[in-house]
Design a protein around this ligand. Sequence first.
Ligand SMILES: Cc1cc2nc3c(=O)[nH]c(=O)nc-3n(C[C@H](O)[C@H](O)[C@H](O)COP(=O)(O)OP(=O)(O)OC[C@H]3O[C@@H](n4cnc5c(N)ncnc54)[C@H](O)[C@@H]3O)c2cc1C
Length: 554
Amino acid sequence: MDRKTIIESLKMNPEIDALVVGAGINGAGVFRDLALNGVNVLMIDRGDFCSGTSAASSHMAHGGIRYLENGEFGLVREAVAERNRMIENAPHLVQPLPTVIPIFKIWSGLLNAPLKFVNLLDRPSERGALVIKIGLIFYDSFTRKQKTVPTHKFFGRSEALARYPYLNEKIKYAALYFDGELLSPERMTVEIILDGEDEGDHAKALNYASFHKVENGQVIIKDEETGQLITVKPKVIINAAGPWIDYVNQDAGIITKYIGGTKGSHLVIKNEELRKAVGVSEFFFENKDGRIVLCLPFHDKVIVGTSDLPIDNPDDAYCTPEEEEYFIELVSRVFPTIKITRDQIVFRFSGVRPLEYQEAKTTGQITRDHSIKEDTIEGMPLLSLVGGKWTSFRAFSEQVATKTLETLGKTRAKSTESLPIRGGENLPLTKEAKEAYVTNLVATFGLAEDYAKELLRRYGTYAVKIAAFIQENQGKTLTSIPNWNSGELVYILQNEKPLHLDDLFIRRSTIAWLGNATPPVIEEFAEIMANEYGWSAEKKKEEIDRVLSVIEKS
Ligand SMILES: Cc1cc2nc3c(=O)[nH]c(=O)nc-3n(C[C@H](O)[C@H](O)[C@H](O)COP(=O)(O)OP(=O)(O)OC[C@H]3O[C@@H](n4cnc5c(N)ncnc54)[C@H](O)[C@@H]3O)c2cc1C
């Protein structure tokens, strides 16, 4: 449903079953689950969908092997199962990821886990081969039955250096295990939201609409585009505002201290040698300070991260020059011959983990598990979604949706457990099946083969809808970025609710992430968006300035 129709329909009928505040991955997951189960649900976000923490993750669909050390076995077991489900339900957006751990010591860290159990270790220390081996045996044991990804391997120094020739020669071993890579967290979130809306008019999602306050048993929402206030009367409020949960509760009229988030930043680096060094694998290792850091292939670039720093206000999260320095230096620990320079950074991103407030001794020791906190405001139950990981969003959302259904006196009719995510449905998985799919796109819609491959890669089996749209609307190859078509862009504008230019470059596509949002590309996109949305020349310029400033600040 389009924005105008949603706002009009809420004015006509403000009574809804559930209001979800925040359209990060957890809000989106709850929204889809409730929509699927026939609940009259509205989801709002003060910015674009997936513009908070969910856009700042390390792109890993993972069980979190290092949380074993904190004794969080239940969390890891759940996340491993969910990682496997993501690979199965959204194979166009989540792929198995070979992960290499370079190991520099043999015995070190053996006492970490027991000391953490008895609360005697208050700082990270380097983990040696034996500890890593034990961790990987546990990790595999959680996934053995499902066999979605292979089990781990251990290589001695010479085999490791033969396999990964850029690795630091000082390594003693390398371990190889498998997790998953989220190729575009932003597209995945949007696809989940659109799937929810496709369930019918009872499910509505509004970006750029913020939770304002509670008054006389009603919630006042502010349309951030026009400033107008919209009143709704929900039976349940679900606070999925991630690191902003306590702020939303405060606006609702209650003081909570549920979140004690930590900031993490990343860089996207364009360096051909580094890209070659990582190949298809993520390198997951300890920096000199004992912090776990990573280098991960991301299209033709490499993501390097991440930090874990205390922060008070999540609005202040950005990647500092000191973090940049730290990331550049950590690459040299694993790949000492590769020199990274600042001008190779094409994108930076930063976000705050919505971790539960705890008096833990180090940020790494704060639990990554999730929980639902229950309050009541003016007679309305208010559920706050605290903590969690991207990977376990479906399980967390299911628990929240189940509680909401119980509160509403409804029963669960459908589960999201094996539900494909939009373009992940019937995705061709083998090389031959992919080739046949592309050949069919080329023959049916007259697309160039490379572009047909791109569509399949970007949208999974929704490629066929977009190809048909391009044909019907006589879409043209864009001159500034030839692997894009004007029809594809118009399809997104008409179907995926972007309101601003930066929504297109950062969240409906990976163009900005890959450093490809150059001035000519921005101008060509702005022209198409201006035509489609009826923007004035002044508004178009404002949008161009806005996107340039967002990218500059990244
Ligand atoms: C650096 C880093 C790396 C991470 N890496 C991984 C990883 O590799 N794998 C993994 O599984 N997990 C990872 N995580 C964790 C994961 O990203 C988060 O747990 C998850 O994204 C949280 O999602 P969320 O929906 O709860 O919060 P968010 O995505 O922050 O969503 C909350 C939304 O609420 C909105 N909002 C705020 N105030 C209001 C208001 N007043 N009205 C309306 N809307 C409002 C915000 O705009 C935002 O969009 C990482 C986190 C960080 C920070």
